[in-house]
Design a protein around this ligand. Structure first.
Ligand SMILES: [Zn+2]
Length: 408
């Protein structure tokens, strides 16, 4: 089959076109068909860029691929009942319309990539060894690394090229002209080479549509950088997509500013100060909790001192501590239990929680088997837990009154 005429090469701003259908293949299982035309404005997936979208012969174009110069359009077939558009046949003349917003965004981002790559080539001698332009991300992979300051400088220089509004042109030089030309190229190209020139900035072999003048890009933004094995990957956005992202980020910054009552201009310093205040408060809270627990322990020891009774001749059986606290960190609950175990007692149990949500518990013993009260709670209150004679831990969904009633 003869190569498809690439209307977008000479007319990157074209939206509507008519063409003759050369071949149609139905892909029954996918509810789709493939159409080959003599000419097209649909740019195929090529050179790291996603294909154009749009409508062909009244059908949605879902994919465009190129193989040996022949461009194949995949269209979605409509359901019979929705007043279906008939599939064209070979020899028909059909009209097509590309999704201009999508295409123009690709043109802005693609031309922005040329500017960044061209500048890095001139300033640092780097090659762009990978380019990816999808509907989600735009990345380029320079063959070397830049530090933060160099990246800011690169971004500023790239936007200066936008402000200068220099022309972007495409041409097909002869072999002789090419031999004397310095240009960037990602791979060995067979056949006629299309050279895209951004005046004073970049000369590159490229097959995709670009904007006519750099001013149309509007904005070139480097978003983030990842180090790669031999260089780095830049995540960028240009044009309408860059503006949209900046608007979203601005709203985030405004919201943070409102929530924190900090001025937007130095919000990072303000948030840093807030975080250190939170850290100090957490510290103070921890110290307060510790003081509270030590005070409670002193109270409990006092109350427990009459534990052994007043007669040494006939000592009363050892009492147990059953302590209930609404808010206690697991660390302090354990500390409390360990401290109580040092006292003369049979069991030291620390319960944290409340009657509504239930209680977490730790029970320790140095003279008996902590599994005994645990077994009683499991049997009578459906508690869950286990451990060793020295210590058990678990949880129980019951009221304090029920627990105390069972264990006291
Ligand atoms: Zn290009």
């Amino acid at each position: 089959m003869t190569e498809t005429i690439r209307l977008f090469d000479k007319d990157p701003y074209g939206v509507l076109f008519t063409a003759e259908v050369l071949d149609v293949r139905t892909l029954e299982e996918k509810g789709a068909a493939q159409i080959i035309l003599d000419r097209t404005l649909f740019f195929p997936e090529e050179g790291g860029q996603t294909p154009d979208r749009g409508v062909l012969a009244g059908l949605d174009v879902t994919d465009v691929q190129i193989h040996d110069g022949v461009i194949t359009h995949t269209v979605r077939l409509m359901a019979e009942e929705s007043g279906s558009t008939p599939l064209p046949k070979a020899g028909d003349t059909v009209s097509g319309q590309i999704d201009w917003e999508h295409r123009y965004s690709n043109m802005q981002n693609h031309t922005g990539e040329h500017i960044l790559s061209g500048l890095m080539h001139t300033l640092y001698g780097y090659e762009n060894v990978g380019f990816h332009l999808s509907d989600n991300t735009v990345t380029l992979d320079p063959s070397g690394r830049l530090d933060d300051e160099q990246l800011l400088d690169l971004e500023r220089r790239a936007n200066e090229v936008v402000w200068k509004n220099v022309p972007v042109t495409a041409s097909w030089p002869s072999d002789e002209e090419l031999a004397n030309m310095e240009y960037r190229s990602k791979k060995e190209i067979e056949g006629a080479v299309r050279i895209v020139i951004i005046e004073g900035v970049d000369v590159c072999a490229c097959c995709a549509p670009h904007v006519k003048r750099t001013g149309e890009i509007g904005l070139i933004k480097i978003l983030s950088v990842e180090r790669t094995k031999n260089g780095m990957r830049l995540f960028i956005l240009c044009g309408a997509r860059a503006l949209k992202l900046m608007q979203e980020r601005q709203l985030q910054a405004e919201r943070i500013s409102r929530l924190t009552s900090l001025p937007q201009e130095n919000i990072a310093d303000g948030v840093e100060k807030l975080l250190s205040e939170i850290a100090e408060l957490k510290n103070a809270l921890r110290e307060g909790e510790q003081r509270y627990v030590d005070m409670r322990l002193a109270q409990l020891r006092c109350a427990g001192s009459d534990n052994s009774g007043d007669s040494s001749k006939d000592p009363a059986p050892l009492k147990s501590f059953w302590v209930f606290e609404e808010n206690l960190s697991p660390l302090l609950a354990r500390y409390m239990m360990n401290e109580l175990c040092r006292e003369k007692c049979r069991f030291a149990g620390v319960f944290t929680g409340n009657d509504r949500d239930g209680w977490q518990y730790l029970i320790g013993s140095r003279v008996d088997d902590a599994r005994i009260p645990n077994a009683a709670m499991k049997e009578n209150l459906s508690a869950r837990g286990g451990g060793k004679p020295e210590m058990v831990q678990g949880s129980v969904k019951a009221t304090r009154e029920q627990i105390e009633g069972l264990l006291s």
